[in-house]
Design a protein. Sequence first.
Length: 285
Amino acid sequence: MKNKQIASIAALIATSITAAQAQTIAGWNFESDSIAINNNPAADTGSGTASSIGMNIYGTPNVGVTTDDVLVGKSSDTGGNGESDVSQVWRVRAQAGANGAANGWSSLAPIGTQGAVFSASTVGYSGVNVSFDWYTTTQGEANLQAEYTLDGIHWNNVAINIGANSTEGLAALVNTTSANTVNGSYISDNLLANGSKAGQNWFQDLTISLPSTANNDPNFAIEFVNASTGADDVSTQGTALNNSSGNWRFDNIVISGTTAVPEPASYPMLAVGAAALVGLIRRKK
């Protein structure tokens, strides 16, 4: 009988200590931001940083100034899938500077050099996952890849799970042949790739499961960047990127993970259980 009691109390203590808690490490919904230019929106939940890359480097037609901004989505911003987002969202682009008209997005940009980066420490977390919503205009780049880093220097391609979006005009693809597209996984909102009306589509609840190497990492970041360059860099209409218009927008970016620390409410139960376990062991002796 005592053996059963000892086992039961030990199991209770172990459960209290190891119960995994799914938590948002950092989340961006942009509702805390003003409607204005914002190149570095802070996380609305948790702690994290965001920025765009590659918007002020290539002539589109001129080299511009990074002018990412928070704006309110419109119900009319729907394409073939009929989805819209009327909350606050983040638009990634450049605009004219001293050199004249500019847009930022360019087919001259090498693979993986234009897009958005979201960073958050995963120290203390395991089972790291990312979810996000993505929108591209009719003249926006059709091909997006996700990459993660563990050191802020080296980036690794990772697959995106598109879920129900596969029936709404989005395709999950893998390239192994073309030098003008990432050698790996990417997604495409491309008329030629999936046969449906493309552009101005909000694709929601796109998810990414990270390998265990992303656990407990102080330098973790995820980026959503151009999967193609040159001849492969097409708009959502399946035509060559015009290098003078189009943009991407993001919403509901969440970096999450699980912890194995006990909840504060479990501390008294943990102490009582430990004391009872010690007492039973002594009596058994």
